[in-house]
Design a protein around this ligand. Structure first.
Ligand SMILES: [Fe+2]
Length: 256
């Protein structure tokens, strides 16, 4: 929230102030084993239920390499490809700092991983959610453009007091979106791709609504932070969502 990025003397904090060293050397053998367990379990669970650019990104970024990824190694592949870079943060960053990062092609990842006792429960997104869920799609050139555009829209919306509009677009696409690919509904969002429980639920539950994605519908569709979603928005295709989001201007968004 905006007030969180204003320090006591009234100076706006920069997004860089939230960045910490990843300290990859500090991850223990148990931390690396938890990553390996989560990775193997999630890849098997997802199978072909996730859009193909996500699986391409996993391969390109060599995320199947054992252990928690080192951000330096990830950036050595990601940055030359799409200009995105990963930075470590100690937890959730405020919305304004987050969208400022996106606008500069910077993605924050937690510098911690859940414990073996918390495989399916998380109070804050950890590096498995952030790196397994989000980074593969940032290797896709058009998605990379869209994510930067969402950053700029987010900053414009927050300064107009309408940040919730971009938060909803982000939520219903980048986090919990579904997308049609080759005639089948698949997982697009990182929150679904990295979730053991919600990945299948989002595709197979008969108790939820699945509505066609549009930016306008996303803006007017609330979401839940702390439970499975009661409704999912389904893109006609990944490319269609990217094109629609990239075509959205701040002026039109604020008028929705
Ligand atoms: Fe996320």
């Amino acid at each position: 929230m905006l007030q969180d990025v204003i320090s006591r003397d009234g100076d706006a904090r920069r997004w860089e102030d939230f960045v910490v060293p990843q300290c990859w050397e500090s991850f223990t053998a148990e931390d690396h084993a938890v990553w390996d367990l989560l990775f193997a379990r999630q890849v098997e669970l997802l199978g072909m239920r996730v859009i193909s650019p996500f699986l391409d990104g996993i391969d390109l970024l060599r995320l199947s390499h054992p252990g928690v990824p080192d951000v330096k190694g990830l950036n050595a592949i990601l940055t030359p490809r799409t200009g995105w870079r990963v930075v470590a943060v100690p937890g959730l960053v405020p919305d304004e700092a987050f969208f400022a990062m996106l606008s500069e092609r910077v993605f924050p990842v937690g510098n911690f991983i859940r414990t073996r006792g918390q495989l399916d429960y998380l109070e804050a997104p950890d590096c498995f959610h952030d790196m397994f869920g989000h980074i593969p799609m940032l290797a896709h050139h058009d998605f990379a453009e869209m994510a930067e555009h969402l950053g700029r829209l987010g900053l414009a919306a927050i300064s107009a007091g309408q940040g919730a509009k971009v938060a909803r677009i982000y939520w219903h696409s980048v986090e919990f979106g579904l997308a049609t690919e080759n005639g089948e509904v698949k997982i697009l969002g990182a929150g679904l791709a990295s979730s053991f429980g919600e990945a299948h639920f989002s595709l197979e539950s008969e108790e939820v609504e699945r509505l066609p994605f549009s930016v306008e519908r996303a803006v007017h569709t609330p979401y839940k932070h702390d439970a499975f979603q009661p409704r999912y928005l389904v893109s006609a295709s990944l490319d269609a969502t990217i094109a629609e989001v990239r075509a959205m201007t701040a002026e039109r968004l604020l008028a929705l």
